[in-house]
Design a protein around this ligand. Sequence first.
Ligand SMILES: O=S(=O)(c1cccc(C(F)(F)F)c1)N1CCc2ccc(OCc3c(Cl)cncc3Cl)cc21
Length: 255
Amino acid sequence: HSLRNIDELCASIVRSHRETSQYRVEELQALRWKLFSREEIQTYQSKSVDEMWQHCAIRLTDAVQFVVEFAKHIPGFRMLSQNDQIALLKTGSMEVVLVRMSRFFNTENNTVFFDGKFAGTEVFKSLACGDLIAAVFDFAHGMCALKLTEQQIALFSALVLINADRPCLEDRGKVQRVQRSVELGLTHILHRDNQESLMHKLYQRMAVLRSLCSLHMEKLRWFSQRYPLTAHSLFPPLYKELFASEAELLPGTTH
Ligand SMILES: O=S(=O)(c1cccc(C(F)(F)F)c1)N1CCc2ccc(OCc3c(Cl)cncc3Cl)cc21
């Protein structure tokens, strides 16, 4: 990899991140004090569990669509087989959504951008998964503490996605080569910003992301057993494709 290649790789990942980031950080900075009223919070809290889950699943699926677009412009991602691209998105898209969400987090009042305003954890009470929500907010706090630039977030997001350790990859070697080039890009960016010390902190963040996503899958299993109809027929197809395991997709399977 000549330096020129690495510069080009970083530039295309940063451009793709910017073009697929659903909301711009500057836009949301202007909204950071737009909070939900007591009545609006009451409305969210009086939603049934399956109604609120469906509400979130739809927004999560929207966010994932933008991550799929982001992935397609990571140099090397499209060289991978269709199955490997799907396998990486199946396990990585939620993690990138959570990294992106942390950019829309206000650490001063512990609120996150949701449905057009900034929401505290109490807005998500009817999801009945307070531990997952608390963990999502903690993760966002931890990401904000690193004060990453948009360029650093772009390269970190690409590294979260291109992970050769993911399960059921056909050509692990090929994914490893793409992962190594993205790693070179991230270290290049951090070196240029004189922040190499961030690298091990980012690897720690990736470990937290993995535990967050397994907690989400655990909650999804609980939810789809408790509300099979909603999970099987009311969740967006892409959500089911990415997050529900095959076993859950075939209705009537016993666990
Ligand atoms: O709904 S969001 O706009 C949303 C926005 C901010 C905070 C949350 C929440 F909730 F994370 F604090 C939800 N959206 C876009 C980004 C995102 C990530 C996960 C998500 O949902 C996963 C989920 C959870 Cl974490 C718990 N129970 C059911 C589901 Cl499906 C939704 C989501």
